[in-house]
Design a protein around this ligand. Sequence first.
Ligand code: NAD
Length: 261
Amino acid sequence: MSLTSRKALVTGSTSGIGLACARALAREGADVCLNGFGPPEAIEQERAAIESEFGVRCIYNGADMSKPAEIAAMVARVTAELGAVDILINNAGVQYVSPIEEFPVDKWDQIIAINLSSAFHAIRAATPGMKVRKWGRIINTASAHSLVASPFKAAYVAAKHGIAGLTKTVGLELATFGVTCNCISPGYVWTPLVEKQIPDTMKARGMTYEEVIDKVLLAAQPTKQFVTVDQVAAAAVFLCSDAASQITGTNISMDGGWTAA
Ligand code: NAD
């Protein structure tokens, strides 16, 4: 196992891509901290399953990624309990779909906080330890929307373009410290986040459920297939490997060809 003795914090890992990343890192031997919302029993079940399936330590921290103080406290707690934060995956994210003139101001603030500012706060808190240990992997879950836009997703597209810029800056700053920072930009991955935005897109565009899948979601992806959470997780594991030590500041597309067009 390539990541034995590494300690990983994956934000937004009670579901979807984050959970798949946490499980994939644990499969490689890393101790992990889960974060995110959900029913406590379900989270405890996932946490215990990771420990028993992979023989690693798995802890949970319920920090709200829209709250800077909670993010800093989480990084401190993981460092105290697991011994370090060697791998940080900034993955927590939410979506809201609305025409710009009706876009609720509180939704804008929430999406910028959770999808963009949270990564800044977590990186800021985790970087000192990585620099001292001369090893670190920071992976931001961006999106095809870090490179191109879609209508009705003002806050999400702005936040994801911001994450791509943050990734470049941090990659440059930490380049001589054995710490890499990259983002992975999936196209549409079949997760609760995608499923939940279908009703709003139906409303915004006056489409049926099937039309949203065919004409909005998969219309963008030349392969006509959803990305899987396990494919994103496998890319994250690769970025944590020694083979990826010279990959930094990049934006890795995994979008079935979407942004090639
Ligand atoms: P998801 O809804 O399955 O998971 C989102 C996770 O974030 C959950 O664990 C949730 O509890 C957590 N979360 C939400 N708000 C939080 C908060 N305030 N504090 C802490 N945790 C919070 O979604 P997903 O599709 O797995 O998305 C994960 C990431 O991948 C997001 O950043 C998203 O933008 C990105 N992404 C998703 C897709 C896709 O098609 N699903 C495509 C590109 C990028």
